[in-house]
Design a protein around this ligand. Sequence first.
Ligand code: ZN
Ligand code: CU
Length: 485
Amino acid sequence: MTYDLIIRNARILDGSGAAEYTADVAVTDGRIAQIGDLGSASATSDIDAKGLALAPGFIDVHTHDDTNVIRQPEMLPKISQGVTTVVVGNCGISASPVSLKGDPPDPMNLLGEAKDFSYPTFDDYRRAVDAAVPSVNVAALIGHTALRNNHMDRLDRVATPDEINGMREQLRDALENGALGLSTGLAYASAISSTTDEVKSLAEVLNDFGGVYTTHLRTEFDGILDAMDEAFDIGRHAKSPVIVSHLKCAGAGNWGRSVEVIDKIEHAAKGHPAGCDCYPYSASSSTLDLKQVTSDFDILITWSTPHPEMGGKKLADIAAEWNLPLMDAAKKLQPAGAVYYGMDENDVRRILSNQLTMVGSDGLPNDPLPHPRLWGAFPRVLGHYSRDVGLFPLTEAVRKMTGLSADRFGLGDRGRIKVGHWADLVLFDPATIRDTANFKDPIQAADGIEAVWVNGVLSYQHKQLTGQRAGRFLPRSRDLRVGFH
Ligand code: ZN
Ligand code: CU
């Protein structure tokens, strides 16, 4: 028989964390058809990998690409890293189901402008993704803050029972249509007034569908352990797995506490499915949050609606220029975006290397001066942290971005190089792979990504888009209740 594609002589990192081996991989109808020595078998497209590494396409489990997968379906920041699937709807903010009353409330403004929110139901969003045919597959969480926006006149209070019912209905409808689960962003002003009980009432719906609960904790600063307790309490109540988003120890007072934080999550994971994602940098980024304004470390302003000319300057320098205290300068810049150099490198390494940790970029695709994680997170884990620093073997780095991620988010037939699985594949050079994006020059495609296939279609090669796109909307395909008896 003739296969659609054979990739010969590849170093296979299969996504499970198991030892690598050398083999040929054949693809037909978008799926992996055969793995082994394919000798004289023929294919429409026959490629010699020359001993480079072949891994499952990377799954970016933490993104804010909700509207970008439709508006900029090339998705160059992601496909150029070898990412073949993005999970959108993180941190309590999703593009659907959303009906706005005016401008999107902070931090929903990270996803786009009012005109970009045109998906009142999840089904509208799902159809728009499929119509756009992005270069990457898209799976979606439903944001708690998005639901609050739909049902509440103001977000600085707890929701009433009626409002909670309205939110539950919308969440249920989305889960019926293939959403992966519920996300919260409890640290943000738009959600911090919600109680644990409000979130529990929503999360209860997850168990009917085997969905997942992901959370940007109520705080990543001094109270982080309590915030983690709240997350696991919600997960246990909902009988649903918990993913802590971008786990970190934020703020100078918190440096070194990753030991306690890891203890806490490992302990929780013994009795309940729990995990986390992490981006490989010691600086964070979001909208400019007055609660995070400090002189303990540098804060870089990336954009400001009233003062766009201040993009790229440090908050301290802007304050000096305006002759204002830091806080007053921050208020004057809002709405704005910022990078906070507020983590300790040792904490980042301890969290990233834990076996429960997945890689997620948390990239902000609409920021004019985006944190370099948008273009560099995955190659940085493979090149910098695995190869150069030696934090973990390459097989483990790949597991954190493929097999583990597919398991945690219920993405069936993805995340592994296995016969019958979808042919989301990335061919890369372990010796040269490197993130080139940095804080000064953040819009840079990584080195060392040789070729990327999505559903068997060659989509990126030689640092260029091929012009073919084959991404799809991915409904939740696995029931994550497994393990609850
Ligand atoms: Zn977040
Ligand atoms: Cu996020």
